[in-house]
Design a protein around this ligand. Structure first.
Ligand SMILES: N[C@@H](CCC[C@H](N)C(=O)O)C(=O)O
Length: 275
């Protein structure tokens, strides 16, 4: 039997697994089965808690998309990770340092039950995102079969493309999302965000995620949207991002500073899976 916990961050849902007290062999086929909403448990991402690998960290955090691919970042998952390791008695710390495939992030359990994630500094160097562009820019033009699209591109431990729209309810996300995610200029794929700015401290966002499709919320996507919005002179330092599943607070002073995200983490149920 494999023990798991079903959790979500604003409807971006996860199967969370303790890889410290049980032996796991997360093949892509097994991850796809867990994530399957008909033949498995159902989730957008599978998250695994492992022994720390980097010095000065408490745990290692592995993230798998529903398609079985392993990735470097999941912001909503990071909040659930913090809640999980505390609720399972794996730590008694309020501030937890976690290594990921993309670097170290810091999670802080707040007194009101929400979690703050220090997501690290945004990456703008196209080669390191990775994105095929000659030089760094605040905006790029992406050639799609449907025409040219203006995007911002930023790495948050995973790649993001952000498009500004006038009306999020009318944006052709189902049509453009798959084209952006699979575009040849993103050798490892990309998460495609669509943002409508409402004020300097408030925006709406929908994200078509790499390896999943559209989700109810994307934490790293919300950070990417604020970074791009600030670079375009549209957003301030502290922004409320409205996603289909609820709201996140994103803080980014700009420049070479790290980006902060505050939001909820919810445990839905615990279960056992016949392995
Ligand atoms: N939902 C996540 C992002 C998960 C990974 C993403 N789909 C990728 O492939 O990079 C979030 O909350 O950040």
């Amino acid at each position: 039997m494999i023990r798991f916990t079903k959790m979500h961050g604003l409807g971006n849902d996860f199967v969370v697994l303790d890889g410290l007290r049980q032996t796991l062999e997360p093949s892509p086929e097994w991850i796809r089965m867990l994530a399957d909403r008909h033949f498995g448990i159902g989730c957008d991402q599978v998250l695994i808690v492992e022994q720390p690998r980097a010095q000065g960290t408490d745990f290692h955090y592995r993230i798998f998309n529903a398609d079985g691919g392993e990735v470097g970042q999941c912001g909503n998952g990071a909040r659930c990770f913090a809640r999980f390791v505390r609720d399972q008695g794996l730590t008694d710390k309020d501030r937890i340092r976690v290594g990921t495939a993309a670097g170290v992030i810091e999670l802080t359990l707040l007194a009101d039950g929400r979690v703050h994630v220090d997501m690290g500094r945004p990456q703008f160097d196209p080669r390191r995102i990775p994105f095929l562009a000659q030089a760094r820019a605040n905006a790029y033009v992406l050639g799609l079969a449907t025409g040219n699209l203006a995007i911002g591109v930023v790495g948050l431990g995973n790649p993001h493309a952000v498009t500004l729209v006038d009306d999020l309810d009318r944006a052709p996300i189902e049509r453009l999302g798959p084209l952006i995610v699979a575009h040849q200029d993103f050798p490892e794929g990309v998460n495609a965000g669509f943002m409508q700015v409402l004020a300097t401290d408030r925006a709406r966002l929908r994200v078509f995620e790499r390896g999943v499709g559209e989700t109810l919320a994307c934490g790293s996507g919300a950070c990417a949207a604020v970074v791009c919005g600030r670079q375009w002179g549209l957003l301030g330092e502290r922004v409320q991002i409205e996603l289909p599943g609820g709201e996140l607070t994103i803080e980014w002073p700009g420049g070479d500073t790290s980006i902060g995200m505050i939001g909820p983490a919810t445990r839905v149920f615990d279960g056992e899976l016949a392995s």
